[in-house]
Write a protein that binds this ligand. Sequence first.
Ligand SMILES: Cc1cc2nc3c(=O)[nH]c(=O)nc-3n(C[C@H](O)[C@H](O)[C@H](O)COP(=O)(O)OP(=O)(O)OC[C@H]3O[C@@H](n4cnc5c(N)ncnc54)[C@H](O)[C@@H]3O)c2cc1C
Length: 502
Amino acid sequence: MTQGRSTPEKVVVIGSGFGGLAAAARLAARGYQVEVFEKRAQPGGRASVFKRDGFVFDAGPTVITAPFLFDDIFALAGRRREDYITFLPVQPFYRIFDHAGRFFEYNTDLPHVLNQIGRWCKADQDGYRRFLAGAETLMQKGFLELGDTPFLHTADMLGVTPDLVRLQAYRSVYGYVSRFIRHPFLRRCFSFHPLLIGGNPLEASAIYAMIHAIERRWGIWYVRGGTGALVQALVRLIEELGGRLHYNAEVTRIPVEKGRATGVCLRDGSVHPADHVVSNADVPFTYLHLIDQRQRGLRNSDRRYRHVARYSMSLVVIYFGTDRQYRDGRLVHHNIILSRRYKGLLREIFHGRSLPHDFSLYLHMPATTDPSMAPEGCESFYVLAPVPHLGADIDWAQAAKPYRDAILSFLETHYLPNLRRHIVAEHMIDPRYFRDELNTHLGSGFSLEPVLTQSAWFRPHNRSEDIENLYFAGAGTHPGAGLPGVVLSGKIAADLIGGTAR
Ligand SMILES: Cc1cc2nc3c(=O)[nH]c(=O)nc-3n(C[C@H](O)[C@H](O)[C@H](O)COP(=O)(O)OP(=O)(O)OC[C@H]3O[C@@H](n4cnc5c(N)ncnc54)[C@H](O)[C@@H]3O)c2cc1C
């Protein structure tokens, strides 16, 4: 790393999403001189925070799985995560409602989960045990063994192919779950997880069935003060270690000489030299907009990212605060409200050209775990609906308002009485936010879609094939979207720079 030099090597990180922050913290802990350039006025990327009239809204991630991945970052720097941030357990993990308002919920308590399954279909209790055993095997391989392995060479992929075949990675998550579970609603409850990382349960590799095992093994957590507080904790750590973060600092170009990045150029015209560059900006955006096409080979060509790659769906999220609470016990911290249609709706979200007429929703109620997220006596919410990305023919300038009205009216009728009368703070984002604010190709919510042909070696690599000192951390590179994935990608990038990658 930096031995043998009088000054430490300098690393520039583009973007302060969790992948960028994880890479920056690890590199700063190893003695590199780290500078993070963030386009926006605040850190966190998808995990930024909207504050309105005393309500605190986490814009994106709300579910913390595998919290030890954060502990590891602090430990590498000789610190204790507990001294920076508190993780609060969330129980149940999710309450999942069918179209008629009946629910299923689960947590780490096996008898409780079996009892819940029994309310829907006694015969599926055995199937669930077998499903869980399979998901644990998938987790062992896909998460614990391969999660922080960089897949840079064809041989890396060939080495794991027999395992992938044995583990039936060629199946979809829905297909995998359906081998064990018979009841249609329970199939949905155990197969929705790819949506959390931008995947279609009908097409994402069965490997992602491991998410259920990860949840059960390490639990689901919420950060006291919201996910934004975790972002702030990482920022504080990086700064304590001597790293610097610059906001309103958009990188417009990565200059390359003789196959090496020389640093970054910002929109204000300034040039910042670096020994290594880590891009946490969306991978397709980085190649398409920051690097001259003549510096890129076929694998990173415009053609690949514009015409060949498949992108995850996008999202509409409405953040709202009410001047009353909704605590009759029916809704919990994490609620999923499924539409009557499952397969048809998923097909329309991932392959359709127009906005589906119905929706499945995730409804977040953080103040049930952490009262500081809303003023006293009030409730803080966000409701999220997966929608097609900007490759579809939807004019969001026209569609956003009626879509918002339909969702709030649905919630008012079925879950939150008199809702619209009680809303006192509101904010909404749609696919344009992901494209324009976060620089994500086609406004996708999670970058490249997690299908087998875009996973591991097939996913954009953590080190560029074209530019030897350019690395990637974030949702678009290996292992993929979701906080565990992007935090691991930050580890891979830092390990590749430090020469300690697996
Ligand atoms: C609504 C929503 C809910 C989610 N819920 C969960 C959840 O509960 N649990 C979970 O684990 N995951 C969840 N996810 C997924 C998870 O949030 C993301 O996969 C993860 O946060 C992405 O991190 P990232 O490192 O890719 O960076 P991003 O968050 O994508 O950040 C990239 C950063 O780069 C900056 N940038 C871009 N271009 C430039 C440039 N040219 N110059 C400078 N800066 C630039 C952007 O401004 C941004 O700050 C959710 C995602 C969304 C959108």
